[in-house]
Design a protein around this ligand. Structure first.
Ligand SMILES: Nc1nc2c(ncn2[C@@H]2O[C@H](COP(=O)(O)OP(=O)(O)OP(=O)(O)O)[C@@H](O)[C@H]2O)c(=O)[nH]1
Ligand SMILES: [Mg+2]
Length: 181
C-alpha cells in the first residue's frame, strides 16, 4: 500500500488520528495545527467525510511544522471495515496515535483499541480523546473515565485520557503539549 511505503520513507514525525465516522478527527487535526496544516482536512456535516476507498488518490497526510498528520477515515463502515486497518494501516510506522471516541463505546472501539495496542507494540504514544466534551458534566466525566479505564485498561497501557471540545477549544493546548506540536 502506498501509505505504508510513504511512512516508511518519511523521516519526519508522524501522528495518526483514528476513530469512528464523525468522531471529530478532522476537526481535531485542524485545531491542533492552529488551522494551518496543508492541505486542510475536510470537515463533514455528516459522516464518512474522510474517505480512502474511492478510486481517486486520497490525501495521505497533512503537514504542519514538519510533522505528518494522518487523518484516517472513520472505521467500522462498509468502505472502511476494521479488517482493512488490520491489513493495511502501518501502525508500526507512526510515532503517535490519537484515538478519538465520541459517544457510547462499541465493541468495534474495543477491537480497534486492542489492534492499536497490539500493532504499535508500545513504540508509539497513544492518547485517548473523548470529543464533544462541551456537553459533559463533572459527573459524566468521572463515570466515563471509569468506563474507559475498565474497557481500555488505560493505566496498564499508560494511555492518557483527554476531554476535548473542538467547538469550544477545551483540551487542545493540553493535547498539543502532550504530543509536542
Ligand atoms: N459540538 C461539537 N461538534 C464537533 C466536535 N468535533 C467535531 N464536531 C462536528 O462533527 C462533525 C464531524 O466532524 P469531523 O471532524 O468531520 O469528523 P471525522 O471524525 O473526521 O469524520 P469522518 O471523516 O467522516 O470519519 C462536524 O460537523 C464537526 O463540526 C466537537 O467537539 N463538538
Ligand atoms: Mg474526517
Amino acid at each position: 500500500m502506498k501509505l505504508a511505503a510513504l511512512l516508511e520513507e518519511a523521516e519526519s514525525r508522524k501522528i495518526a488520528f483514528i476513530g469512528q465516522p464523525g468522531a471529530g478527527k478532522s476537526s481535531l487535526l485542524l485545531k491542533l495545527t492552529n488551522g494551518k496544516c496543508e492541505p486542510k482536512p475536510n470537515i463533514g456535516q455528516g459522516t464518512d467525510t474522510t474517505d480512502w476507498s474511492s478510486g481517486r488518490e486520497p490525501v495521505w497526510y497533512h503537514l504542519y511544522n514538519g510533522t505528518y498528520f494522518i487523518d484516517t477515515p472513520g472505521y467500522d463502515t462498509k468502505a472502511h471495515p476494521l479488517r482493512s486497518y488490520r491489513e493495511y494501516f502501518p501502525f508500526q510506522n507512526v510515532d503517535a496515535i490519537v484515538f478519538v471516541i465520541r459517544g457510547k463505546i462499541h465493541q468495534s472501539d474495543e477491537d480497534m483499541f486492542r489492534l492499536i495496542m497490539d500493532k504499535s507494540k508500545c513504540t508509539s504514544t497513544v492518547v485517548l480523546v473523548r470529543g464533544y466534551a462541551e456537553d459533559l458534566t463533572e459527573e459524566d466525566r468521572k463515570s466515563l473515565e471509569q468506563e474507559f479505564n475498565e474497557k481500555f485498561k488505560l493505566k496498564r497501557y499508560h494511555v492518557s485520557l483527554i476531554f476535548v471540545s473542538n467547538r469550544l477549544g477545551e483540551g487542545i493546548t493540553e493535547l498539543q503539549s502532550l504530543l509536542n506540536i
